[in-house]
Design a protein. Sequence first.
Length: 274
Amino acid sequence: MIRSKKVILILLLPFIALLHAGDTIQFPYTLTLKTEVPLISSITLLDIITNICYENQPAPTVSEIIALNSTDVNALDRTATDNWSEEADLGSDILHHTSRYSPFLLTIPLLLKKQWYPAVTLSLMYVEALSISGCLVSITKSLTSRPRPYMYGSALTVEQKEKKGKSGYRSFYSGHTSGAFCSAVFLSKVFSDMYPSSRFKGLMWGISMTAATTTGVLRYAAGKHFPTDILMGACMGSLAGYLIRVSHKKRETAAVVFYPFIGGCSGIGVTVHL
């Protein structure tokens, strides 16, 4: 019931977008070589690092699984170790996949007005936000190799846990939650920028953030993530959705600059001009 209600709320978003199809759109974003070249280079580097980290992450052994003890988990996260719900897992998948495509709805009014450049710009911005969010999640999961809550519980046998392989040790941090909050913040902030006088801004924030929060709650109920996994996912996803939007705003000096770096360690650098 909860899952269906949240999906229905998300399905209201196309109608909100269509209600503004006839409005004058204030499109405050632009694509520039100074932004796109380092950003796309950084994403490419992150993707390479992601694949290397995933391939080198060791699979858990039976002895490691048997040795897991919930008393070794901090008090807050220990509340998740007995959770296991396939229904909640399915619900989080549906909600996650539904919400992750919602920002593309903002291109509907642009396409109806045949504003191709703004539509392409908006789509590329969102793909970049999702890519950065997803790569950072995968890299962190592989490097930390944190067991998921259900690995401590008794809902699954040792054999079933072993079959989960690397996935059973990819708890920190929540990719579903990170993606959901990335989508929610990006969608709501861009909508507010495009339609600053819209009476639907509050509704847009309410729907998108409720969907993102519910995704995190369902991941907890499913036994897939600890509370700290979900909190970190929410923070990192929100940051990615927000910074990509700011980095593309029209101004003389970019507010946010992304750049790849390779040295003692490799990754993506971010410079913020306040």
